[in-house]
Design a protein around this ligand. Sequence first.
Ligand code: MF3
Ligand code: CO
Ligand code: CO
Length: 324
Amino acid sequence: MRTLLKANDTCWCGSGKKFKRCHKPSTDPVRPGRITPMRTVPDSIVKPTWADGNEIERWDEPRVKSADVIERMRRTGREAADTLAALGQLCQPGVTTEEIDAACHEMAIQRNAYPSPLGYSSPDNPFPKSLCTSVNEVICHGIPDDRALIDGDIINLDVTLFKEGVHGDTNCTFFVGQVDELSERLVRVTRECLEKGIEAARPGQPVNEIGRAIQTHAELNDMAVVRDFVGHGIGEQFHTDLQICHYYHPRLTDIIEPGMTFTIEPMIAVGTWRARMWNDGWTAVTADGGRTAQFEHTLLITDDGAEILTTPSDTSIHPYWSLA
Ligand code: MF3
Ligand code: CO
Ligand code: CO
């Protein structure tokens, strides 16, 4: 049992710092921080079209992938997942999201991969970092900055790698130290929502069955599904035209077919599903400041269900990563 500390008491952890400067949980809203200049990727790494300040290129990509693309997506998916799992270990009090970004960038290069978010998607307002880091009420697309993680935060790390000409996209919400009960329930329910979505991803079914399964589970638990961001087709392009809503959308009736590859990435909120965007044009937060969590896998539709392409080699790293 931890003794009840006041803000100016010495922290329980032995750092010698004041509690408020060390392990005191934050109820303050997340604010925009300082963002360092964009990092570079060596020319020896094959880059997507938007790298180095270029325009994103789009083309018609078959929804059903060739055996060759699928093989490459299996390998890149696993590399993205292993990177995400390693970065999860850094989610400790005192670590800045900038430090997590630096590690992600290094790990991607070590793997001969390009970190897909870097420079995405337009020269006007390129995403300036190598992964998205979304803390507490940040729904998604948080930009790594100088904010240090605080005991009690929840943080989503969203890693996408580009290697062998294909993308692998996966994210996970991690606890920073001890989190409150509601946050713990939010993260568990969100993980379950992803599992329900994956179970509904079966050939012959319309894609809106995925959203129906997710929404049902979220609402049974008095939580809300964020509507402004959706899962997506993925392959040689980061995002294709195929949309996977995480709530029931009657008009999304595309039939799921073996060989399709797409992500499911539900964002679940304890309060409202309504979102607001920061002036940076990227960071999405809940309108009421309530916390939100997310999990994402890249999937391949098989003859009787879905194969997860973004399972890490070591699934013991996160308690909610039980799905293999
Ligand atoms: N990884 C995100 C997704 O799941 C997309 C991030 S785009 C970025 O689709 F530019 F913000 F990095
Ligand atoms: Co995605
Ligand atoms: Co992602």
